[in-house]
Design a protein around this ligand. Structure first.
Ligand code: SF4
Length: 69
């Protein structure tokens, strides 16, 4: 199953913990809002993606699975 990292822009406080910790998965735009780089998340980076989801103090990040069609 594919894993997708998502950002809830309304919940995000923009302090950059996620893109500081996992710059290969998340970058930021000119406003400082996180932008997901890896979609779907490569299998080898799913553990890292879980860590950034857990580290977000605003619970703005989520890892969602999609079923193969
Ligand atoms: S760690 Fe969470 S609140 Fe902070 S910039 Fe990333 S998504 Fe936003």
């Amino acid at each position: 199953m594919e894993q997708h990292l998502t950002v809830d822009r309304k919940a995000c406080a923009g302090h950059g913990l996620c893109y500081g910790a996992a710059p290969d998965l998340v970058d930021c735009d000119e406003q400082g809002d996180p932008v997901v780089l890896a979609d779907p998340v490569p299998e080898a980076q799913v553990g890292e993606a879980r860590q950034v989801v857990d580290m977000c103090p605003e619970r703005a990040l989520a890892l969602e699975q999609t079923q193969p069609v």
